[in-house]
Design a protein around this ligand. Structure first.
Ligand SMILES: *Cc1c(COP(=O)(O)O)cnc(C)c1O
Length: 406
């Protein structure tokens, strides 16, 4: 027995204790299924947090990556990387934008976006540029991106925060118009089209259209963080396309490489010439392996019709969840279903972090975010049978949880 003040040894003593991890380790996967080191099988409702677009060990992706590893993994940005041009051209074709900068993660893509916004401001004589950001937003854990994040838990202990952010609530155009009237230093509006970590909160189409018009009028950049909701997850390539608008700056990451680390910031005509040689850089960013993963992910998504699949399977999954949990909606235990396509949040009436471990025990991987929101982000290769199985495992877990005394 440990005395109360004796620290319990970490299960991985040589890895910093930055995550409350479940006591299981995964060894391999196939499609929407993964196996742990004990041989137990799990249905993947999480996709490595919206990363494993093509599921695990996709039969078209694996040989392409093997081919690239055997040719060239890394070469530095001192030289032309034709695969960067190839992926940049594809992202521009899909988004209607003009050019891309490649990096390695979501926070790096957002960091680049923030630098673009600031330089855009300085270029037009604004010495202290400010960026409008959002309550409940999540943009990453670097000092600048955690400052842009609207979650005190992410910021606690890391002050002083970076200045130059003005915070507003989501879907309130009047609040942004008020900032426009009172703050001449604003250069950009920066938001997730669907807030992920903040609990699957959607910006309304009319709101995005209103922001687009306001940004045009004010000569601001509209910067849409599609790190989690982009790359086909909602049934369109990018979630903002449902609103029929285009951003000026669009950070991407998570699903773009199907598991290979990658980030990108894609920009339109208003921002394409803001950065020049020497303004920004990264050693690993845009390396041939990551670029090949991006090129092949997008190609396979097109070949296999995964946008249509995400939309259709999202509906199957949501229908099964709504049907199974109808009584809990009626009794108030389930507050709301939110999301689009294969980005689904189920808000419960009370904190439910315990469901993560219970789901794993039952052979299902999920996440719980914003304390009370069960979040599903399965691979886009999921089929209807698997989508129904997710609901079949999850519904009784939620029912059982809600039946317990709080
Ligand atoms: C995950 C996430 C990030 C941060 O990405 P990392 O790769 O973890 O740095 C930024 N923005 C959004 C919307 C995200 O979901």
């Amino acid at each position: 027995m440990n005395a109360p003040d004796t620290p319990v040894p970490a299960p991985m003593p040589h890895v910093l204790n930055t995550y409350g991890r479940l006591p299981l380790a995964l060894s391999h996967g196939r499609g929407c299924w993964v196996w742990d080191t004990q041989g137990k099988r799990y249905l993947d409702g999480l996709g490595g947090i919206a990363v494993n677009t093509l599921g695990h060990a996709h039969p078209k992706l694996v040989p392409a990556l093997q081919d690239q590893v055997a040719k060239l993994i890394h070469c530095s940005n001192y030289y032309e990387v034709p695969l960067q041009e190839q992926l940049g051209a594809k992202l521009c074709e899909l988004s209607g934008l003009s050019g891309a900068f490649f990096c390695n993660s979501g926070l790096e893509a957002n960091e680049a976006a923030i630098k673009i916004a600031r330089k855009f401001g300085h270029d037009k004589g604004i010495e202290k540029p400010a960026i409008i950001v959002y309550e409940k937003a999540f943009h990453g854990r670097s000092i600048a991106t955690l400052s842009a994040t609207g979650n005190p838990k992410v910021q606690a202990g890391f002050g002083p925060l970076v200045e130059g952010f003005v915070r507003v609530p989501l879907n309130d155009l009047a609040a942004v118009e008020e900032v426009a009237r009172s703050n001449p230093n604003v250069v950009a509006v920066f938001l997730e089209v669907i807030q992920g970590e903040g609990g699957i909160n959607q910006s309304r189409n009319e709101y995005l259209q209103g922001l687009r018009a306001l940004c045009d009028r004010q000569d601001w950049l509209l910067m849409l963080d599609e790190v989690q909701c982009g790359i086909g997850r909602t049934g369109k390539w990018f979630a903002h396309q449902w609103a029929g608008i285009r951003p000026d700056v669009m950070p991407l990451a998570k699903g773009l490489g199907s598991g290979v680390p990658i980030g990108a910031v894609v920009v339109g005509p208003k921002a394409v010439n803001v950065l020049g040689p020497g303004n920004h850089g990264t050693t690993f960013g845009g390396n041939p392996l990551a670029m090949r993963a991006g090129v092949e992910t997008l190609r396979i998504m097109e070949e296999d019709g995964l946008l249509a699949n995400a939309e259709a399977m999202g509906r199957v999954l949501l229908d099964a969840l709504q049907t199974g949990l109808a009584d809990q909606v009626a009794s108030g235990g389930v507050v709301e279903f939110r999301g689009a396509g294969l980005m689904i949040g189920i808000e419960l009436a009370r904190p439910c972090g315990v469901l993560l471990g219970r789901a794993a025990e039952a052979g299902l991987m999920i996440s719980v975010t914003a304390d009370r929101v069960v979040r599903l982000l399965p691979p886009l290769v999921i089929n209807a049978d698997e989508a129904r199985q997710i609901a079949a495992i999850l519904v009784p877990l939620i029912q059982g949880f809600l039946a317990e005394a709080p």
